[in-house]
Design a protein around this ligand. Sequence first.
Ligand code: GLN
Length: 159
Amino acid sequence: TAGQLDEVDALVMPGGESTTMSHLMRTNELFAPIADRLAAGMPVFGTCAGMIMCASEVLDGRPDQRSFGALDLTVRRNGYGRQLASFEVDLDVKGLDSPFHAVFIRAPLAERVGPDVDVLAEHDGAPVLVRHGACTVASFHPELTPDARLHRLFVESLG
Ligand code: GLN
């Protein structure tokens, strides 16, 4: 709830379905409070649908779908294809000393990143893990493998 949000220092915005997340956040009057906190610099780690929610521009979204614009990023929903085109791949990630096994499920494709956005990992020439300020987003699901390094980096960044 918006009241509980006051007690939160940082958010993990998980995967799921961004059209539904957008709809539920708006009908539960959570969209504007979260948008305000993000604009005020609350750290966020958005994964998959969470990446879509954080993006500044969403292609192939529902017309009524909204996103927070927490970083300068254009994503295309389901840009890698449908459920059957889901895949797993080992990624080289800036700041990690060995590859990260990444699970992509109906993942968003980052089609454009702003000039100030730091690309931490790429796959097939497209950014898949990017950061700008307190906002980090991944087009894959780091919570679906036992490797907690990306979540640990996020928690450590909170100081
Ligand atoms: N395709 C989903 C969406 O549009 C995201 C899928 C996921 O989070 N695994 O929100």
